[in-house]
Design a protein around this ligand. Structure first.
Ligand code: FAD
Length: 275
């Protein structure tokens, strides 16, 4: 079996103090030897400069970095300019997304779906970028059906994506089934599970509600029973997520992508357990 690739996701900090904190977190996580760090991009371009600054900071420290790029609300001209800027900085990897516009934001822009962005990136920059796209083993919440969502995923790969990172999930079977269906559709790109450590039940419930990730009932009941006991939540969460990662890797997942939430502790603890 090939050695799995690990990657770690950050969001761009909003303040200089946040940027300093993230540098310390990144230095700690870099010691674990991830393949690359990715940095999210606020839909509508709200974090455009912050994403680039964070990526450049990571590259200056000698690590590979991949900016996310969401196209919703953007135009061909605005997205084209960002691509040229990334290219000029020597960035070689991108996570290409549609994004979700904040409510009250004006128009949708010139791109409707992520496959159109992937097509555009290839038309503008050829093979310069390694393109990652998003995948949803438990179905994207706006999809009409799992079959429609699978077809949408296949279109992104046919448009030129090299690999995929999934939305987080806690049901390993949903991932394995999704990968089987993608393979049956003739698509063979690596699909790396996105891993969300469990550290805060209230926050996790809110996120999961929004992005359509299911927290299994038994896990939810256990987490709720711990109340404010954050140490118990973290210890139980570490057990659950370690077991999930072990099962995914044993079942052939090509790597893991950690949603770090800009914190080092949970990802480090998971990593150490896995080793
Ligand atoms: P798409 O692949 O375009 O799919 C969106 C929806 O449209 C799906 O329901 C799909 O089934 C449907 N669809 C696709 N094509 C068609 C069609 N032709 N007709 C009808 N329906 C169609 N968001 C951010 O804003 N910034 C980030 O940095 C960011 N990073 C992310 C990283 C990862 C790994 C993941 C999994 C998600 C990330 N997101 C981010 C969230 C993402 O932007 C949202 O989930 C968004 O709603 C969908 O983006 P997408 O690229 O998957 O869209």
């Amino acid at each position: 079996m090939q050695t799995p690739d690990f990657s770690i996701e950050f969001f761009p900090p909003k303040t200089a103090e946040g940027a300093d904190k993230l540098r310390a977190v990144r230095a700690q996580l870099a010691a674990l030897g991830p393949r690359y760090f990715s940095v999210t991009f606020g839909a509508g371009g709200s974090t455009q400069q912050g994403t680039l600054d964070t990526v450049l900071d990571i590259m200056a420290a000698g690590q590979e970095a991949a900016p996310h790029l969401s196209c919703v609300g953007g135009t061909r001209a605005s997205i084209g300019a960002i691509l040229q800027q990334y290219k000029a900085h020597g960035i070689r990897r991108l996570v290409a997304l549609r994004g979700d516009l904040p409510s009250g934001y004006g128009g949708m822009g010139e791109f409707r779906y992520a496959n159109e962005l992937v097509e555009f990136v290839r038309a503008e920059t050829g093979d310069w970028f390694h393109i990652e796209v998003a995948a949803y083993p438990e179905m994207h919440p706006q999809a009409r059906s799992p079959q429609d969502d699978l077809r949408a995923f296949v279109r992104k790969v046919q448009a030129g994506a090299n690999s995929a990172i999934t939305q987080y999930f806690y049901n390993a079977d949903a991932y394995f089934r999704f990968v089987d269906e993608v393979r049956a559709a003739g698509v063979d790109v690596p699909i790396v599970p996105g891993i969300m450590p469990i550290t805060n039940y209230t926050q996790l419930s809110r996120f999961s509600e929004m992005c359509g990730a299911e927290i299994p009932r038994w896990v939810r009941l256990k987490l709720a029973s711990f109340g404010d006991d954050s140490a118990a939540i973290k210890a139980f969460g570490l057990d659950v997520v370690t077991a999930l990662c072990e099962r995914l890797l044993a079942g052939g997942a090509p790597g893991l992508h950690f949603y770090s939430m800009n914190q080092a502790a949970a990802t480090t603890a998971l990593w150490q357990r896995l080793r």
